[in-house]
Write a protein that binds this ligand. Structure first.
Ligand code: HEC
Ligand code: HEC
Ligand code: HEC
Length: 403
């Protein structure tokens, strides 16, 4: 973890460094540097302990493990010899001269990015120090190691094409749509996937399961989505990793640190405006939770949780997030909640919120039954509506999750 962190810091330093004026157009290069932050290219192309953007990070896919390629301008092992036309082709179509890419490379999103923006990123990458790092990306088992099989994947899951602004929506809305659906690839985590790993149509941004985490619903749904968050509250979360409802502690902490905290305020607001306008799912009533479970949950809550989260689940700004009207608390998939109670949580520190608050671990102290009861209680009190949890589910997660 610490070497990976060091490598990410090194990548971040490059992203922050004043750009050397090697290329013809310094303004274009500078724009490319910013866009590489928005696209979080470093997240996948910098390996633990490795040179920035020199690849080598293993990525789990439904088909097996891929290793990310070196995208520094090294002539032999990187993309130093790559033409603008080929770079455009890679990001827009997922096809290169020797075959198809796998969609762990988010080209299904990058296809929406304008030519000018893609070329600016290429121009900036070309100013990086070349790093020699030979990568054999494809380590998948037969038959998935055959890149041609991705032609079938594309036919089923991929539509090539640049973003088309929606008439009648504001400029900010369209900028947000362009970023979320394109370069910032928020749906790569926040949209449910079909069995082939493609985005499930009709479930756009309604929440997706990652390895051991749940990326919550980002639509305007008032229970499980961002319907109850103002544009300012969403913007604050993207900037600092915190607001009164939620704190980024898992994969989103990385996204905040390396991408959204470094975006312009205008871009963060545009994202928020677009997200709030995404249709939510109709609210439906869940069956009431068993009275005995609610009673046990209330006891555990008052004794263990209320000191920080307050008696009515309102939270304390800067100390502990609110539970009432909080989408992540009502998420259909409760994995992040069980994780927080079992292991505790330390949230991301950003310039805006330099010391994140921390949640203590309760896994050693509370039984599966107590955890199930207290979470069922907070998921259905104070106006919240969600399914309850049973002790067996908590037990299964206690066995399978790693801190
Ligand atoms: C979620 C992980 C992820 C992110 C984010 C990501 N990439 Fe990649 N990228 C990959 C993977 C995996 C491959 C290799 C796919 C394969 O081998 O089929 C790849 C391949 C590439 C290639 C092809 C390299 C070659 O040798 O042909 C280029 C170019 C590239 N990425 C550029 C970028 C840029 C620019 C960004 C940021 C805007 C970016 N990537 C963001 C995972 C990612
Ligand atoms: C690498 C996967 C990944 C990507 C990419 C990603 N997210 Fe997240 N996001 C998560 C996960 C997982 C969580 C749950 C909390 C955590 O990780 O700490 C989350 C939480 C959030 C939350 C808090 C929701 C809540 O109810 O508490 C917001 C808002 C959010 N993400 C917005 C975005 C936006 C906007 C983008 C694109 C710019 C984005 N995310 C990209 C994985 C991701
Ligand atoms: C000492 C103060 C404190 C106590 C006591 C405490 N929490 Fe927390 N809790 C926090 C903080 C702070 C966070 C935010 C974590 C972060 O910033 O990383 C949090 C986060 C959480 C989350 C994650 C929220 C989300 O949006 O994903 C859950 C769930 C949670 N607490 C449940 C509980 C339960 C249940 C109890 C009692 C068993 C409890 N907490 C007791 C401080 C506390």
């Amino acid at each position: 973890m610490s070497t990976q962190f060091a490598a990410r810091i090194a990548a971040a330093a490059l992203l922050l460094a004043p750009v050397a004026c090697l290329a013809a157009d310094p303004a274009q290069v500078e724009r490319g540097r910013y866009l590489a932050i928005v696209g979080d290219c470093a997240a996948c192309h910098t390996a633990p302990g490795g040179a920035p953007f020199a690849g080598g990070l293993p990525i789990q896919t439904p088909f097996g493990t891929l290793i990310t390629p070196n995208i520094t301008p090294d002539m032999k092992t990187g993309i130093g010899g790559m033409s603008d036309a080929q770079f455009l082709g890679d990001l827009h179509t997922g096809v290169e001269p020797d075959g198809h890419f796998y969609p762990a490379f988010p080209y299904p999103y990058f296809t929406k990015v304008t030519d000018a923006d893609v070329l600016a990123i290429h121009a900036w990458l070309n100013t990086l120090p070349p790093a020699s790092n030979e990568i054999k990306t494809n380590q998948l088992p037969f038959p998935f190691n055959i890149r041609a099989s991705m032609g079938v994947w594309n036919a089923l899951n991929f539509t090539e094409g640049r973003f088309v602004p929606v008439a009648g929506k504001s400029e900010a809305w369209n900028r947000g749509a362009y970023l979320v659906e394109g370069l910032a690839h928020c749906g790569a985590c926040h949209t449910a996937k079909n069995i082939l790993g493609g985005d499930e149509r009709g479930s756009l941004l309604q929440g997706g399961v990652l390895n051991q985490w749940f990326a919550p619903n980002l639509t305007g749904d008032t229970h499980t989505g961002l319907g109850g968050w103002s544009v300012a509250q969403i913007t604050l979360y993207l900037q600092s990793g915190h607001n009164e409802f939620s704190a980024a502690t898992g994969p989103m902490a990385e996204v905040v640190t390396h991408s959204t905290s470094q975006m312009t305020d205008a871009d963060r607001q545009a994202i928020a405006i677009y997200l709030k306008d995404q249709p939510g799912q109709p609210i439906f009533e869940r069956p009431a939770v068993d009275a005995a479970v609610m009673q046990l949950g209330a006891i555990v809550y008052d004794q263990q949780c209320a000191a920080c989260h307050t008696g009515k689940g309102a939270g304390v700004d800067g100390l502990a997030p609110a539970f009432a009207h909080t989408p992540s608390i009502q998420a259909p998939n409760p994995i992040n909640l069980v994780r927080a109670v079992l292991f505790g949580a330390a949230s991301v520190a950003t310039d805006t919120a330099p010391t994140g608050a921390a949640m203590p671990a309760f896994g050693w102290k509370l039984s599966d039954q107590q955890i199930a009861a207290v979470l069922s209680y907070i998921r259905t009190s104070w106006g919240n509506s969600a399914t309850s949890l049973d002790a067996a589910k908590v037990h299964q997660l206690r066995e399978s999750l790693t801190a």
